[in-house]
Design a protein around this ligand. Structure first.
Ligand SMILES: [Zn+2]
Length: 228
């Protein structure tokens, strides 16, 4: 009886340790190899002040990238923590993803924990190409003539339009967001997964301006993440 009790305690302890040692603790340092946990996004936030740490996280998981030279276009546009994500396990962003390092770190988590597993689950395929509508762009929100500058103006955002699979199929936000099949389920999983690692995630469910892409950025609105 006592033995059973001890075994039970050990089992509970091990489960607890597993949970504590993962991304669910605020004190454990961020690793892009870890599963996404309840403190992951907060840890990604801290990377905006630490370009060197952010690059080392990409290096630690063997993700191909190059640091970008700083860009100072004008008072509102430019960046000094940019990276270009290169071929990652046979997958490219096209045009190439030139983004702030915290956006890259979140994308790498998303690639590893959300995108690749879902492509395999829904289609039994690999993702070879993530088609983007660009990242850095000196402009205001919604291309307006006045108002706040977009996160794109500091390379802190990326727009994702479609995914080309190893079997030749292409799943696009414009074509399949509301399709009555697994393509829509896959795209919605891409959106909800992104919400776990990006401060702001906007999809066709948000407004017509996002009918053909997912906008992912690392800003928080009033300290809260925004997921639509
Ligand atoms: Zn955007």
């Amino acid at each position: 009886m006592r033995l059973i009790f001890i075994v039970l305690l050990l089992a509970i302890g091990l489960r607890g340790y597993e949970w504590i040692s993962s991304a669910n603790t605020p004190w454990a340092p961020l690793s892009l190899a870890d599963p996404i946990g309840s403190f992951t996004l907060r840890k990604i936030d801290t990377l905006s002040d630490d370009y060197a740490l952010c690059q080392s996280l990409l290096e630690n998981v063997g993700r191909n990238f190059s640091p970008l030279p700083p860009v100072e276009q004008n008072a509102n546009c430019g960046y000094d923590n940019g990276v270009a994500l290169e071929n990652g396990e046979g997958m490219v962003y096209s045009p190439a993803a030139r983004i702030s390092c915290p956006v890259a770190a979140a994308l790498v988590l998303w690639e590893r924990q959300i995108l690749r597993p879902a492509a395999f689950k829904y289609f039994g395929a690999k993702v070879e190409e993530v088609v983007t509508y660009g990242s850095y762009s000196c402009r205001r929100i919604n291309n307006a003539n006045e108002g706040n500058y977009s996160e794109h103006a500091t390379a802190n955002a990326i727009d994702i339009a479609a995914f080309r699979l190893s079997d030749g199929r292409t799943i696009s936000v414009a074509g399949h967001w509301n399709s009555a099949d697994e393509k829509s389920a896959f795209l919605k999983e891409m959106r909800s997964g992104a919400c776990e690692v990006f401060g702001t995630t906007l999809s066709p469910d948000y407004n017509a301006a996002h009918a053909d892409h997912l906008h992912l950025d690392q800003a928080r609105r009033g300290g809260w993440s925004f997921c639509r």
